[in-house]
Structure formats: C-alpha cells, structure tokens
Write a protein that binds this ligand. Structure first.
Ligand SMILES: Cc1ncc(COP(=O)(O)O)c(C=O)c1O
Length: 376
C-alpha cells in the first residue's frame, strides 16, 4: 500500500493531506463544498477581474455585439488550428448541443449516445423527438469498439471524451476507425473536459467531413458564469448548423473575457497552473480512495477529467455516505444509481471528503460486526 509520503505528487498537496490540527484549518460544517457540477474551485484573482471589468466598462453598451463575433472567432480558429469557417461560437456548449441536435433531428431520425453520458443529451433528443440507441461503456474498459451499436441508417453520434460521468476517454485512433467506418453518420465529440486530459479531436477537423468537436470555457478555463463554448468542424457542417443560430448568442462582455483568457499572459498562467493543480490532486485523491476501495464496498474509476466516479456495491454504505456528505454540507453529483461523482475541489475539500469516506466505512464496518454478533 502506498503511504502519502510515497506518492509522486507535489509537496504542497502532500503537505495538506499530512494534516494535524496545527497544519490545516478546521472546516466547520457551515462551509458548503461545491463538488457537484464539475466547476474548478479557483476564482480569478481580484486584480485580473478589475482589469477585465475596466475593459467591459470601456465598451459601448448601447450597441449590439458584432453579428459574426469576427475577432473572437478568428482568435478561437487560431487556437484550434483551423480557419474561421470551421468555427461556430455559442452561449456555452449547452446551447450548441441544443442547436446541433435540433439541426440534425431534421436530417436523421436517430442518434447514438454513449451510456452513461451527460444527461442533457437525453433531454435534448427527447425534446427534438429524436430516438437514440446507446453505446454501453464498460466500467472497466470504457469505450470498446466491439460493442458499438449496429448502424442501420445514417445517425448523429454523440460521444463525450473525457466522458461525463466516468472520466473515460476515447483514443483518437478509435475515433478515426469509427469516422471512416461510418461516413454516413455525423460524429459530435464533446470535449467539455478536454483541458484536463485525453486526446483532442481538433486536429481531425480538417480531415473528416463528418466530425464536429465541441469545447467549452466552463471547465478548464474556469468560466462557467461567462457562458462560452464553440464547435469546430468541416465548413459545410458548420454552415448547416449555423442556420439554427439565434442572433447574438455571444455577447460583447463574453467576447472581452474570452479574448483575455486566450491572450492575457497572467490569465493564461493562472489557468494553466489551476489545471496542473487539479490534475495532480485528482490523481492523488484517486490513489487515496482506491486504497480503501474493496470488491464488497465500492470501486473508483481512473479519470482524465476534473472528477472521479465512485460505484458502490454495498447500498447501505452508499446511503450512509450520502447522508454523511449531506450532513457535512458536501455537495456531490449523483448521476447514476449507487454512484457518486466527486468534482476535484481544493486540497482542503478533498481532505474533508476522504476523511468522511474513511470514517463512514469504519462506522459501517463496526455496525456490521455488531449486527453479526447480535444475530449469532
Ligand atoms: C459533457 C458536457 N458537455 C457539455 C456541458 C455543458 O457545458 P457549458 O454549457 O457550461 O459549456 C457539460 C456541463 O457540465 C458537460 O458535462
């Protein structure tokens, strides 16, 4: 078994876990830990916010934004290594998801979604009256090409990589196999968590006419409040989806903040450091949790995103932990039955969760022993 000291993680993270009452501030249960919607825990520094606010104040608020968001689109295209024709901007990737499904529900009668996936896809398909088949992901191996559903007619295929809620990734070579095998289908690769890990499919956009890649600034860039995402794809596909755009979905304040996120050295440094910190902490917490997991209690899946999925095999333990988390005001996601999804928060928050998990397991075990003794 690894001890904290043996694990290859930065010293500041190790230090925060090798806690004593002297080295870590005691959390009161009043502090809510927001570990339920895959946000980053780090807000922008105050000075940077002031700089951005000054830029927003200097704009003419009485004018519409540029209809095509030309400058921002060019910046995004440069970042994604494509041309502006390959880019469609949106009010968060949720808006683009809605737009893409709405568009292709008029072209195809069916979709293929992974299972599990981001639940919004189910909602949008249902709203658009688009039936879907599911590609069942294995808890152990993730995406397995052998189990890809039979394609009997052209379809919209939507895959999230890293997957929400498991954190599993689809290797680029496997995506290429699918794109080539099914040129009659349009593939949407949702890379909402792509800043944290996995291979990006952006480099394939110029080579495949049936591929759309979705990215958001809500996760790795830490800007869910700003509402910005984009789709990159073949110019003809982008043109088709664009027909379903509501005018001015990207406002001029969003333009300012996103441009700064891509060009301001201080912003870039801050964002990159946060991703590094979150990824280090994710891998460290994964090891700590995996050490206490057993076949009878729960398992935790390796993840390339900013969250970990825990699958419980003991329902009582699951319910006890749920109760303990709620009582301690720790919010986590419950995307699947007997599972919880834990967003990687601060070191202190992760420490609270790991401590509570271990405590709940110990209590659960001693209760089980007592019950056994009484029954015998
Ligand atoms: C897989 C996935 N795609 C898209 C989104 C939507 O992100 P946003 O609309 O904030 O860009 C989320 C949000 O949690 C997500 O998990």
């Amino acid at each position: 078994m690894n001890s904290i000291a043996q694990l290859a993680v930065p010293r500041e993270i190790r230090k925060s876990f090798a806690f004593t009452p002297q080295t870590i501030s005691v959390e009161t249960p009043e502090t809510v830990a927001r570990l339920h919607c895959n946000e980053t825990p780090f807000d922008l520094p105050e000075a940077l916010k002031q700089q951005l606010t000054a830029k927003m104040a200097s704009l003419a608020w009485n004018h519409y934004p540029d209809f095509h968001n030309t400058a921002l689109k060019a910046l995004i295209a440069q970042q994604a290594n494509v041309t502006s024709e390959n880019i469609l901007l949106g009010n968060g990737s949720s808006q683009l998801i809605q737009q893409i499904v709405s568009c292709f529900s008029k072209v195809f009668s069916t979709a293929i979604l992974e299972s599990p996936t981001f639940t919004f896809y189910h909602q949008v398909c249902q709203n658009e009256r688009m039936s879907y088949k599911e590609w069942i992901l294995s808890p152990n191996t993730g995406f397995d090409l052998a189990s890809f559903p039979q394609v009997t007619e052209p379809a919209l295929v939507v895959l999230t990589s890293p997957n929400n809620p498991t954190g599993a990734t689809l290797p680029l070579a496997e995506l290429q196999t699918l794109l080539e095998k099914h040129p009659e289908c349009v593939f949407v690769i949702d890379e909402a968590y792509g800043d944290f890990g996995g291979e990006t499919a952006l480099s394939l956009v110029q080579h495949y006419a049936n591929l759309l890649v979705l990215r958001t600034f809500s996760k790795g860039y830490g800007l869910p409040s700003v509402r910005f995402g984009y789709a990159a794809g073949n110019a003809a596909l982008i043109q088709l989806v664009k027909k379903y755009t509501i005018p001015f979905t990207v406002n001029c304040f969003t333009e300012v903040i996103v441009s700064e996120a891509l060009t301001n050295a201080e912003f870039i440094k801050f964002q990159q450091a946060n991703i590094q910190r979150i990824n280090n902490l994710r891998d460290f917490v994964y090891q700590l949790i995996d050490e206490v997991a057993t076949p009878h209690t729960f398992s935790v899946q390796p993840s390339a995103a900013n969250f970990l999925l825990l699958r419980f095999h003991d329902e009582d333990l699951y319910n006890n932990l749920k109760f303990a988390l709620q009582a301690n005001r720790i919010l986590v996601g419950y995307p699947l039955q007997n599972c919880l999804r834990l967003t990687i928060g601060t070191e202190v928050e992760m420490h609270r969760v790991v401590r509570l998990l271990k405590k709940t397991m110990a209590q659960h075990k001693s209760r089980a022993i007592e019950t056994n003794v009484v029954c015998n």
